[in-house]
Design a protein around this ligand. Structure first.
Ligand code: G3I
Length: 380
């Protein structure tokens, strides 16, 4: 074989090798991309993380979270009950681990939640004798809690759920929580002012469920207009997104997205999942105290989800994401409330001990068909 032919052959082989390497690199990059990349031009994609995911030695789920998401929310470890269980006792470990994980991976970290009627020690609202605490002392306690927590993570937590679930549905106004009963309606604006004082750069949101409800939406819009008139710092609203196959009406959901955006606030979908199990009575929502009685008929898919129900869920997720993409300029973030079906709170709410399939990954951390259906929308 002539020299030139040998040279041509070796060049061709090198070129083929280079192209093979490049295609493998591209394939590897494609394999390493996740939901965050599918929606990188639309909104942040997040997941709630529980303390066990952060503590366990096996890093498989943490590695998957780092690949798939660019935002994380503390499912429980930053709630008052968990992080500040007694007046002079703090439990920083899990929260520090959560923030370290998010910082390490350059994620948008969400602090959940500063002021809520649930998962807060009853003693917060009592004096030493167990009697209701005075307005002045409760405000001082709220100030101390918010300032201490927000200051610790200043510059690391980008978004705070400042107040969670303070408004009732159907024009009923304020939830009659101990915060409201002792401090009056100004507790919410005071919480936002305190969070802003502690970290002026943090994005501060109000978070609630059934945010499609017109009564809740209208009452919240009135508060937002009042806060903006008086310079109370509020930057966004969290739509929890605990939805089912047949609720809520997405037209009402869209009305709420448009109403909040019209006030100049960012919309966040903060706790998304699609529940596939039968609903006890006409229950919809996330009031954590509203646990219902177990019955086998409410837990029909113990041995697996039937294909027709799986398809219903795929269709529901697609319609929901099509709505979010239609309003992508209004929506800053979409966070799933958990990564895989096995860790979802919906296995135990509103009925304990059920087998639910509400998220995009299965109990073995595999992508479900619904993952691909949702991810495929992001690349359009
Ligand atoms: O960590 C303890 C564990 O040590 C103990 O053995 C166990 C015994 O019951 O309890 C564990 O704490 C539980 C915690 O989840 C962690 O699993 C609490 O009892 C339980 O009440 C708590 O439930 C959380 C619920 O909020 C109430 O805080 C769910 O995981 C969480 O998904 C859910 O999330 C809320 C959002 O924060 C606000 N929006 C509604 C949403 C659903 O309720």
């Amino acid at each position: 074989m002539s020299i030139s032919r040998r040279r041509f052959t070796s060049l061709t082989a090198a070129a083929i090798a280079a192209m093979t390497f490049q295609s493998r690199a591209i394939q590897a990059a494609a394999r390493e991309t996740g939901l965050k990349d599918a929606f990188k031009d639309d909104f942040l994609i997040g997941t709630a993380i529980n303390k066990w995911t952060l503590e366990r030695e096996d890093s498989t789920q943490r590695d998957l979270i780092a690949r798939e998401f660019n935002s994380i929310t503390a499912e429980n470890c930053m709630k008052w009950m968990e992080i500040h269980p007694e007046e002079d006792r703090w439990n920083w470990g899990p929260a520090d681990q959560f923030v370290e994980f998010g910082t390490k991976h350059g994620m948008h970290i969400v602090g959940h939640t500063l002021v809520w009627h649930s998962q807060v020690p009853r003693t917060v609202f009592q004096d030493e004798n167990g009697n209701p605490i005075s307005k002045e002392r409760l405000e001082a306690r709220m100030q101390h809690h918010i300032a201490t927590v927000v200051d610790r993570y200043r510059g690391k937590i980008a978004i705070w759920d400042v107040v969670n679930e303070a408004i009732e549905e159907d024009e009923k106004g304020w939830r009659q929580s101990p915060w409201f009963k002792i401090l009056g309606p100004t507790f919410m604006e005071r919480a936002f002012q305190l969070a802003h004082e502690a970290d002026p750069k943090a994005h501060l949101i109000y978070n609630d469920y059934n945010e499609h409800n017109p009564g809740r939406r209208n009452f919240l819009v009135e508060r937002i207009r009042d806060y903006k008139r008086r310079g109370i710092p509020i930057h966004g609203v969290g739509f929890q997104g605990h939805i089912g196959l047949d609720y809520p009406d997405l037209r009402e959901y869209e009305d709420s997205i448009e109403a909040i955006a019209a006030e100049g606030l960012a919309v966040h979908v903060t706790e998304l999942e699609v529940d596939v199990l039968p609903r006890p009575s006409s229950f919809t929502g996330a009031e954590i105290s509203a646990v219902q009685q177990y019955a086998d008929k409410l837990n029909p898919y113990v041995d697996g989800l039937p294909k027709e129900v799986e398809q219903e869920q795929i269709d529901r997720y697609k319609r929901f994401f099509e709505l979010l993409l239609k309003h992508r300029e209004k929506i800053q973030r979409v966070t799933f409330w958990g990564m895989h079906d096995g860790e979802s709170w919906k296995n135990n709410f509103p009925v304990r001990g059920r087998t639910n399939y509400p998220l995009l990954f299965d109990r073995k951390l595999n992508k479900k068909p619904v993952y691909h259906a949702v991810a495929g929308l992001g690349r359009t």
